[in-house]
Design a protein around this ligand. Sequence first.
Ligand code: NI
Length: 445
Amino acid sequence: MKTIGRKVIALLISVILIYGSLTAGYGAEKECSYVYNDVMSKILTEVCSMFYVEEDMISAPKNITAKTDSHNQLIISWDVKKGASSYVVYKAENKNGEFVKIGDTKKARFIDKNVANGKRYCYKVRALGGKLGIAGSKVSKIATGYTKLPAVSKLSSGFDASTKKVKLTWTSVEGASKYYVYKKTWSGSLSRIGTTSKTNFSTPITWNGTYIYVVAPVGNAGGKEMIGLLSKETKIKVSGIPEISSNRKKIALTFDDGPGPYTKAIVDCLNANNSKATFFVLGSRVSSYSGVLSYTYSSGHEIANHSYSHPMLTGLNGDGIKAQMNNTDAAVKKITGATPKLMRPPGGAINDKVRNNVGKPMINWSIDTLDWKTRSKTATINAVMNNVREGDIILMHDIHRPTMEAVLELVPILRSEGYDLVTVSELAKTKGYTLSKGCLYTSLR
Ligand code: NI
């Protein structure tokens, strides 16, 4: 039957084409030519639908899905259908409802922008194509998509000093059975801190700092939990908590190779956050930055010795090592009036000669931020925040701009995560260490 269909069609087309070329050969008028073409295409379509559609019918598009995008629009997609030149998309409010054509597309995907938040929609697709571009496929299976509930509005936060809790409030969202509350972490990701069916939530605060929260309504669509759109952020600075030092985790930030052009900004940030750090300075740089060094020292930070000109001390003899130490001590004392108590060997390099000649406790580190290498604010912050724990000694360099930029963000983050930033000497003291000459320390837990 189908073979006969093909032959009949081929014959008909041949006849029509021959007729067409003959009439064209007789020099038909232009308008007549249009009419002729129109009539011919109608005949063709008609004939094809009689004989050919059945044969050319392609199977239904497969694997249709409907998912929300970041704008809460529904993206309907399906597998590319071989032989299809375009697709028609149909939509209904429910599976048994009337499916209405909402558009056509040449791609195997369609974005439905005409959707409301927190709703369910059903979609079907038909492919068009076939050898003559007019055949249609069977209609696909139904894909059901859900848009998210709208975000809560008027999210606000307040701190209650008597209970030491932040209270969040917001307006309710129709269709929400509960709300998820998220706290923004140091990395910018969201951490879920609670669930409530009310339109308020209280969360205890342990440390002074700046906190950011968002809320999302949770709906129930077809038995499936659907998290709605995230609210705008609410930000609150908490400062009413007495800072009981013994409760907090202590670490030491250390800065090498300065002083430099970024030292002052780092010191200002530390001062503003009630924090201290240790600066391992180079004697050769001290006189050029005497004002900064003086400011650093008088702000209560520790000035320590990182040699005079940054040679590997392991390559020097005893006198050479002593000269590197003494010259820096003298340069610092001239400005601050105090002799550095601690030292850090350039490159962290140590041997017995160094041990025997530095005349001070040697302080290396437990976290190397590699700030000098990455020159990246984000990498420097991550190197600290992904690894930090109590008693750490953290290595950075105050001669690089990205390091300074990292410090401006890092210090407030560390403070709100419960860390006290102290000098190396203070860290040793609170941990009960007596630091000895020629001994190496990498952390003080
Ligand atoms: Ni160095």
